[in-house]
Design a binder for this molecule. Structure first.
Ligand code: GDP
Length: 314
């Protein structure tokens, strides 16, 4: 019902993106109107987060990091709208440099404590305390360790995952004693022999399909370069298997010169989003980040908080 209501309303919202004014431009997107939600694995309570839309008043958060530098217009159908959130409200809040609408569940985002707990080689060996978790995954060198360190504000926490014997493991970090960040092995390492690649696939895919406390995968994509086939394949697999996913674009501080024909991060983001749109029933949430400038750090934490709080409530 809400979908019909939305289509009658203005179908564009303005998003403020913190980029130099020379980068100012509108995203022109042509998808038919669909709810900006992502359907998910059936036995995962978070699926309701994505598949249920109600029209309760939107929660407004004080001091949100909303940028006011450059306007980018994103049509309503390209936004990720959490349930119990009215995206047509005048109070709608969109996270800076993302397509993510904030909901009343976006609270308690801060990380005060982060501890490495264990490395597991099989899904069934992962912690069994039932706490919600987010998995970070991406191509080798995408900036996963840097992002993890930036999120927890610790320079070397992610080094734990890079120690010998742990690079091919599921590494759990307990946050605030109440949820987990999970560092998964990077994929696409060119030197890996075929068998190792196959094992990696089997191992991580089993985790994605069977980990009942996995709230969402955070798939890291390097926004300083054009989309890579392996990243598109990965996103496609997650989409087809209805695994909840947020795209985290990394290295957005790198701005290439136009004269070389290279694209800017925001252009690569737009291209990637268009390339994967067919894999999903609706647009997944995406967010632009940099571990150099800490762009997107607070926003990721707010997004994780709203996913987590919804998951805990349902
Ligand atoms: P991982 O293999 O995915 O864990 O990647 P790392 O975090 O080790 O980063 C790989 C390389 O990319 C390192 O040289 C980092 O300094 C660099 N890097 C990571 N994040 C960023 C970023 O946001 N901006 C820039 N410019 N470089 C980054």
């Amino acid at each position: 019902m809400l979908i019909n209501q939305l289509s009658k309303l203005s179908t564009r919202l303005t998003i403020f993106i913190s980029q130099p004014s020379s980068c100012s431009r509108f995203f022109k997107l042509r998808q038919p109107l669909i709810a900006a939600i992502l359907s998910t694995a059936q036995d995962n309570p978070i699926s309701h987060f994505y598949s249920t839309l109600n029209t309760l008043p939107i929660y407004t958060h004080q001091n949100l990091p909303i940028s006011e530098e450059t306007q980018i217009e994103i049509p309503l159908e390209k936004l990720f709208v959490p349930p119990e959130t009215d995206a047509s409200s005048v109070n709608v809040r969109i996270l800076k440099d993302s397509n993510i609408v904030l909901s009343k569940f976006a609270r308690d985002p801060l990380i005060t404590e982060a501890n490495f707990v264990k490395s597991s080689v099989r899904t069934e060996d992962c912690p069994a305390d039932g706490l919600p978790e987010f998995a970070l995954v991406g191509r080798s060198n995408v900036g996963k360790s840097s992002l993890l360190n930036s999120l927890v504000r610790r320079k070397k926490l992610a080094l734990t995952s890079k120690k010998p014997g742990k690079t091919q493991c599921i590494n759990h970090f307990r946050i605030n004693d109440s949820w987990y960040l999970v560092d998964l092995p990077g994929y696409g390492f060119a030197a890996a022999p075929g068998e190792l690649k196959k094992d990696w696939n089997r191992f991580t895919k089993d985790y994605f399909l069977n980990r009942s406390t996995l709230v969402s995968v955070f798939l890291l994509i390097d926004a300083s370069i054009p989309a890579k086939k392996i990243d598109l394949e990965y996103a496609s697999w997650l989409g087809k298997n209805k695994i909840p996913m947020t795209l985290v674009f990394t290295k957005c501080d790198k701005r290439k010169r136009k004269k070389n024909g290279d694209k800017r991060p925001d252009e690569n983001v737009k291209d990637f989003e268009e390339l994967i749109s067919g894999f999903f029933e609706s647009i997944p949430p995406w967010i632009m980040t940099s571990s150099v400038t800490n762009q997107g750090r607070d926003e990721i934490l707010l997004h994780m908080a709203q996913l987590r709080n919804y998951w805990l409530k349902h």
